[in-house]
Design a protein around this ligand. Structure first.
Ligand code: GDP
Ligand code: MN
Length: 380
């Protein structure tokens, strides 16, 4: 689950991280009023679940309340990475001397929270990693003991030579670690962590991703979900108990099982295509899930072909076939569909599909090749 910058900042502030105050506005009027209250130059920041807002025109300085109104009006009309901006954060502008990056992620390989810190902040850490990898320090934390002060200090000195600044950064890292652990986060990030001309170390941006599996346990955190800011397809998928992640390609994938879904996406890429989504309809066989899945996928205008890849184990392939028939009767398809299924009740499934004008395949490679060809317009 993604949360907004202003929500992440609130969590970070509770741990003591120095962050300028801020208030959220949904209209240009409100933004102006908040700017007037703070006085001086403010920053107006789009609150959307996307990084790189600065580059997309979603972060703007405003020298007066009137200017804050103007920029808020513009930002509230923006769509950043397909997400319409509905709220802005208005916050007093800080004077920036340097920008650093501080983040924690869960690292699957070491099964540990890993700090990544870099004195080259402000820009995407991926860019730093690609161009100047030695400007990033990685530090795994043993969760049994937590982040020790000496470890935090070592990272502090990687960012700053000045002992005062290094100490301030080290303290912030310990506070960030506490916020990360308490919130069931899979990522917590401050980019930029800035130094000001008066020597303070301050967090100007905050990002946190919460592990969905923690939400039953952490109801406070779960309450931070903003459905209106999520991709509608992802909201619908969650309600239908489907694991769905929207991607940028044009081959809509409906698969049962996360492993097979990953393998299918790999194969789509291998044959020169691009998956439009990750979608796992799960192990149970419920035609309703297939109906929801098809509705979600066909709502994406990028989808040029649909690929079903079903391995019938617990999932009965005839249930999937029935789901396809029901869904396409309700909502006739406008794009070609390729169905590959094998396993439990395969003969029945094939019969249902052929009786309804569909063809079914059993070979995964052939099916993926065909779907890619259809999506890219190169006939199979
Ligand atoms: P992001 O692009 O979505 O990561 O949004 P950020 O909050 O990180 O803002 C992008 C950039 O805007 C920062 O790297 C800063 O350079 C600039 N910025 C953000 N807040 C301030 C501020 O208070 N003062 C100044 N001068 N620049 C700011
Ligand atoms: Mn940022």
């Amino acid at each position: 689950m993604n949360i907004h910058e202003y929500q992440a900042k609130e969590i970070f502030r509770k741990q003591g991280i120095p962050i300028p105050p801020g208030e959220v506005a949904t209209t240009a009027d409100e933004a102006e009023a908040i700017a007037r209250k703070f006085g001086g130059t403010v920053v107006v920041k789009a609150q959307v679940h996307a990084g790189g807002r600065g580059k997309a025109g979603g972060v703007k300085l405003a020298k007066s309340p009137e200017e804050a109104r103007e920029v808020a009006e513009k930002i509230l009309k923006l769509t950043i990475k397909d997400l319409p901006v509905q709220k802005v954060l208005v916050t007093p502008a800080a004077d920036i001397e340097t920008e650093a990056y501080v983040g924690i992620i869960v690292d699957r390989a070491s099964k540990k929270p890993v700090f990544m810190v870099s004195p080259a902040g402000g820009i995407d850490i991926e860019e730093v990693a690609a161009k100047t990898p030695d400007k990033i320090m990685r530090h795994p934390v043993d969760a049994r003991y937590g982040l020790q002060p000496y470890e935090a200090m070592e990272m502090g000195f990687f960012l700053y030579d000045d002992v005062k600044k290094a100490r301030a950064a080290a303290k912030i890292m310990q506070q960030l670690y506490a916020a990360f652990m308490k919130s069931g986060a899979s990522l917590a990030e401050i980019n930029p962590l800035v130094t000001t001309p008066s020597g303070e170390v301050v967090a100007l941006d905050a990002k946190m991703v919460v592990d969905d599996n923690e939400l039953d346990r952490l109801t406070d955190v779960a309450g931070l979900r903003d459905e209106s800011a999520e991709a509608p397809s992802e909201v619908e998928a969650r309600k239908a108990n489907l694991t769905f992640i929207k991607l940028d390609g044009n081959v809509g994938c409906v698969v049962n099982g996360a492993g097979l879904a990953m393998a299918t996406m790999d194969l789509v890429k291998y044959y020169g295509g691009d998956p439009a989504n990750f979608l796992d309809i799960g192990g149970s066989s419920n035609p309703e899930k297939v109906v929801s899945a098809l509705r979600i996928i066909t709502a994406d205008p990028n989808v040029k072909a649909i690929l079903f890849n079903i391995f019938g184990g617990i999932t009965r392939t005839d249930d999937v076939a029935n789901g396809i028939v029901t869904a396409t009767k309700q909502n006739p398809l406008k794009v070609p569909i390729v169905i590959r299924l094998t396993g439990t009740n395969e003969e029945i499934a094939v019969k249902i599909l052929t009786e309804n004008g569909f063809s079914a395949m059993t070979d995964m490679d052939e099916a993926v090749k065909k779907a890619v060809a259809l999506a890219t317009g190169k006939a199979a």
